[in-house]
Design a protein around this ligand. Sequence first.
Ligand SMILES: *Cc1c(COP(=O)(O)O)cnc(C)c1O
Length: 216
Amino acid sequence: MSIKDNLHTIKKTISENVTLVAVSKTKPNSDLVEAYEAGQRIFGENKVQEMTQKWEDLPKDIEWHMIGHVQTNKVKYMAEYVHLIHGVDSFKLLKEINKQAKKYDRIIPCLLQIHIAKEDTKFGLDETELFEILASDDFKALQHIEVAGLMGMATFTDNDAQVRSEFQGLKNLFDTAKSKLSTIKILSMGMSGDYKIAMEEGSTMVRIGSSIFGSR
Ligand SMILES: *Cc1c(COP(=O)(O)O)cnc(C)c1O
């Protein structure tokens, strides 16, 4: 199947109110162009340098989403153009994004990444850290970022019940956070292997790579 066919097949399974981020990390520009020509405008990357190179090379109406772990010293390279940063997992990083966004007179939308998986290898805030950040005066003073929602990754497992329960936990947290902060509207959860479960549990944004572009 071509990228175009894969994209059409995936889109048919995605609810109308759910945004599809096509995860193009490691893939060559020609693959992104194929998806672009099939109508896709939102792409997700997990390395700042690679994303910036692609931003320079490809059409300017693409929305670039940073979905990977971000080091504070890399924020400056994407501050001019990044559309949404999914993996914000510390206040320190949020402060740096704010500082770099200010230079471009922008407000950069961010998602706070929540640790929901049983695995201890994945990044993210826990519930206490999340609400501490949202309640702090230091956070309220940041004028060049907007917390637009939450992001999480479930455990990599065949156990659907476990994945579902992790997504349910994140959805509950999302609802609570939303009631405290009106800018919160996006719940980014679900990848190729688990996006159907994620949508059933309230995801508003899915990040799909291998089912569109093939394995990496
Ligand atoms: C790579 C990646 C994806 C996409 O994974 P697939 O299994 O290829 O769909 C989604 N989210 C994040 C954070 C990723 O790093």
